[in-house]
Structure formats: structure tokens, C-alpha cells
Design a protein around this ligand. Structure first.
Ligand code: G
Ligand code: G
Ligand code: NA
Ligand code: MN
Length: 254
């Protein structure tokens, strides 16, 4: 309860921050996108993890305000990088699954894109695998509407949830992010290797691009490239960093 009051105040005082972690094309090494990750260093509560923040927001009716704040901030930041001359970048924004069931998400996204001057093709919404997504007609409508606008949808933490092949085939999703637990075991465990191989093949047959997250070792990156995984993210390549650090980093990266 105290945390919820604190979060409400933090939203109003603009005390929340987004950090950004680059996502790379594994073949060229070029940066493809920046994933926005929520950070709250509270004077009162210390560092609060984003998962806890989201949970508190969900319980206290603040989820919509929080998700819309993240969406707006990330798009506005991408516009600032574009104006500074960094072209061709996308931004990945995590959205809570419950937001897809409420019906206003597509309108809020369209509004934010107009307001910040970002094209739909530069926005990737990340959503975790959650069965409720495909149990609700409203969520499917929202996903279809977002794809119609031109926004990309990525299924995050793929492989840890419950999506069956038939669900996946019906979902208007065009990217899969392989969960970092599979990537972690990639170089040591044959079964993890086979599993990642299967996910990449599945994604190819569904015409979805694959991102591997949690790449920490060069061997993991090599194996992912061998398997035909197009995109990668992880501490080996770049860690999440404050927005102010990104421009300097982009200038060096070229
Ligand atoms: O960056 P970190 O490892 O602390 O993130 C922990 C989890 O919180 C991740 O699963 C991430 O997807 C989630 N998360 C981070 N930022 C956001 C956000 O802005 N919105 C939502 N809904 N989830 C987020
Ligand atoms: O659920 P989601 O994929 O959004 O979570 C991303 C989280 O993973 C972020 O909190 C980020 O800080 C973390 N992360 C990013 N790269 C790595 C990595 O290489 N290893 C580990 N263990 N975590 C990572
Ligand atoms: Na994510
Ligand atoms: Mn993930």
C-alpha cells in the first residue's frame, strides 16, 4: 500500500527512469533496437525491481498509467536520438499482458506515435507468453489492430510459457525472444542446443524473427549464429544503460 502511494507520487514527480539495452543483428553486428527497461531508485524504498513495480501497479489500478508512461518516454527518447542523427533504430517496450485485455491499448499506442513523431515500424511491443492472451477475444483484437497499424509484436521469454503450436500460429506476433535460461545452457547442454534449434526452425516456418536474450559468452553467440538466429541481446554485447549514456555509446558503435 505504501509502495503504491510512493509509485503514484513517483509517476507524478517523474522519479522513474528508463534504462536501455541494445539489441544487435548477429550477422552484421549492427544495432537494431534499444529495449527500454524500467528503473526506480526511490529515496524511500531504495531500488525497486521492475517486476515488483508492475505487480504493485496492477494491484492498485496504476498499470495503465505506468505502461503509458513507459511507452511515451521510450518513444520520446527514440525521437531525441533520431534528431541527434541516429537513424534506423527501433525501440522495444515491455507491456504488461493485462494491458492487452483492456481495449484502449491500440488507441494509446497510435496516440503516442502521433504525439512523439515516431513511425509505427520503429516500435516493437514485447509481451510475455501468457495463456490469458489467447483466451480473451479482446486481446486478439488488440494485437491485430496493433499489427494493422504497423507496430511489431514480440513474444518475450519464449519457451517458458504455455504457447502451443496452434496458438502461436494464430497469434498476430512477428517476433520471438528466446528466454535467457535456454541461452545460458546453450554451450554446455545438448538438449538446450536442440531446443534452441527447434525454436529457430519454428520461428522461420512462421516467418517470425528470433531474438536470443541473455548472451553472456562468445560460444553462445557463435552457436546462435550457426543456428540462424538473427538478433541477439545480452551482457556480452551491451548492458542496459541510462538514456544519457546511449548517445555516446551509439557514436562510438557507428
Ligand atoms: O531489467 P530487469 O532484468 O530488472 O527486468 C526484470 C523484468 O521486468 C523483465 O522481465 C522485464 O521484462 C520487466 N520489465 C522491465 N521494464 C519493464 C517495463 O517498462 N514494463 C513492463 N511491463 N515490464 C518491464
Ligand atoms: O523479461 P525480459 O526479457 O524483459 O528481461 C530482460 C532482463 O534481462 C533485463 O532486466 C535485463 O537487465 C536482463 N538481462 C539482459 N541481458 C542479460 C544477460 O546477458 N544476462 C542476464 N542474466 N540478464 C540479462
Ligand atoms: Na523484455
Ligand atoms: Mn525476456
Amino acid at each position: 500500500q505504501k509502495l503504491a502511494v510512493g509509485l503514484q507520487a513517483a509517476l507524478e514527480k517523474d522519479e522513474l527512469a528508463l534504462h536501455y539495452q541494445p539489441i544487435f543483428r548477429l550477422d552484421t553486428g549492427r544495432i537494431e533496437s534499444l529495449e527500454a527497461l524500467l528503473r526506480w531508485q526511490s529515496p524511500e524504498f531504495g531500488h525497486v525491481s521492475p517486476l515488483e513495480l508492475i505487480a504493485v501497479a496492477e494491484h492498485h489500478g496504476l498499470a495503465r498509467a505506468l505502461n503509458e508512461w513507459v511507452l511515451y518516454r521510450a518513444c520520446r527518447q527514440l525521437r531525441q536520438w533520431q534528431l541527434a542523427g541516429f537513424d534506423g533504430l527501433k525501440v522495444n517496450v515491455n507491456i504488461s499482458p493485462t494491458m492487452f485485455m483492456r481495449g484502449q491499448l491500440a488507441a494509446a499506442v497510435a496516440h503516442t506515435l502521433r504525439e512523439t513523431g515516431i513511425s509505427a515500424a520503429a516500435l516493437v511491443l514485447e509481451i510475455t507468453e501468457d495463456t490469458s492472451l489467447w483466451d480473451t477475444a479482446g486481446s486478439l483484437d488488440t494485437l491485430h489492430e496493433l499489427r494493422r497499424i504497423g507496430v511489431e509484436i514480440a513474444l518475450d521469454d519464449f519457451g517458458t510459457g504455455y504457447s502451443s503450436f496452434s496458438h502461436l500460429r494464430q497469434l498476430p506476433v512477428n517476433k520471438l525472444k528466446i528466454d535467457k535460461s535456454f541461452v545460458a545452457d546453450l554451450s554446455t547442454d545438448q538438449r538446450a542446443f536442440d531446443l534452441v534449434k527447434t525454436i529457430v526452425t519454428l520461428a522461420q516456418s512462421l516467418e517470425m524473427a528470433v531474438t536470443a536474450e541473455g548472451i553472456e559468452l562468445p560460444e553462445q553467440q557463435q552457436r546462435l549464429q550457426q543456428l540462424g538466429c538473427q538478433l541477439g541481446q545480452g551482457y556480452l554485447l551491451a548492458k542496459p544503460m541510462p538514456a544519457e549514456a546511449v548517445a555516446g555509446w551509439l557514436a562510438r558503435d557507428g
